[in-house]
Design a protein around this ligand. Structure first.
Ligand code: AMP
Ligand code: FES
Ligand code: ZN
Length: 306
């Protein structure tokens, strides 16, 4: 198998793109693909500051690596969730620290237990009606949004890849969850006060491509999944889409990218993100549909159930 660009031995064959590449050409191709997505979807400009949410996993650390190589102004944000099982949170934090030190990159840590008095496992144990992953997602979204707004960043970038987005799309389409479908976009504008612009620069890259990038670049990341095996259903849908991809290479990409195109061209249901009435949380000021306190602020109140 030869590299289609330079003719030397290929290290990866991407049937979905009918493309085989050698290590050097692949390590150039991935950032180019990210750059095209950033430009095509108007995610951010080289003159703007971007906050990257880094979990210590392969996708977000690779994203950070790529954006630094492309010359974007980035700073990292790591949220320590206080997951003690298998030292998950502290090992993840160490990976982020090592990466930042090796790249002389700026980052900050928000430690949930120090900042709010309880770790994620503790607070979700207390609120028995809530799943740990649901609580975790709520807390992460809130902290990311707050950090991006307070730091006046042009955008908050996350490491969601094409497989992540295709699985969520599949799940949402299966339930015709039109509200979620409306909000599932690679760029969410900061269309009201207190909401940061959210971008997903890796949406054109398969999970397998990101794993290969991290490996070939020698990025040291946490291999382990979160011990609470976040998103078991998402993993199930990913497996189904993998089967489809095996049978028809490129199917995953076509499914997701055609959704984005149809959405852009207004060929889907008349989705609208701005339909929902929102006020401001009385405590933190972030936009919320709740009458007084947002779901994040209610979480820390003793005695309330949800
Ligand atoms: P997940 O929801 O775990 O699939 O992660 C999706 C994206 O959210 C990652 O690629 C990161 O950009 C971000 N993220 C997840 N966990 C953290 C964390 N603990 N701290 C900062 N960012 C995170
Ligand atoms: Fe949030 Fe596992 S990462 S519960
Ligand atoms: Zn609030």
């Amino acid at each position: 198998m030869k590299c289609r660009k330079c003719g030397t031995t290929a290290v990866i064959n991407m049937r979905q793109h009918r493309l085989s590449l050698c290590q050097d050409c692949f390590l150039e191709w991935v950032p180019q693909r990210v750059q095209r997505a950033i430009e095509k979807l108007g995610m951010f400009e080289p003159s703007e500051r971007v906050l990257i949410a880094v979990s210590g996993g392969k996708d977000s650390l690779s994203l950070w690596d790529i954006l630094l190589r492309l010359g974007y102004q980035t700073e990292g944000l790591y949220i320590n969730l206080g997951i003690l099982d298998r030292d998950y949170s502290s090992i993840s934090q160490q990976k982020v620290e090592h990466f930042a030190a090796a790249h002389a990159a700026q980052f900050r840590v928000v430690n949930v237990a120090t900042e709010y008095g309880m770790s994620i496992p503790e607070v979700s144990r207390r609120k028995r009606g809530r799943s740990i992953c649901g609580t975790c997602g709520l807390v992460k979204r809130h902290i990311m949004n707050q950090a991006a707004c307070e730091g006046d960043y042009a955008a908050l970038a996350t490491g969601h890849n094409l497989d992540d987005e295709a699985a969520v799309l599949f799940q949402n389409a299966l339930h015709w969850a039109t509200g979620y479908l409306a909000r599932q976009a690679p760029v969410l504008p900061a269309n009201r006060r207190g909401l940061a612009r959210k971008v997903k620069p890796l949406i054109r890259l398969y999970e397998r491509e990101m794993a290969a990038y991290a490996f070939l670049r020698g990025i040291d990341y946490v291999y382990e999944e979160c011990p609470y095996v976040k998103g078991a259903t998402t993993l199930f849908y990913k497996g189904l889409l993998d089967q489809l991809e095996e049978f028809s290479p490129g199917a995953k990409q076509m499914f997701y990218l055609s959704f984005l195109q149809a959405r852009r061209e207004g060929r889907l249901l008349p989705f609208s993100v701005s339909d929902v009435e929102m006020g401001e949380c009385e405590r933190c000021g972030q936009p919320t549909t709740a009458p007084e306190l947002c779901a994040f602020c209610r979480l820390w109140d003793v005695g309330t159930k949800d």
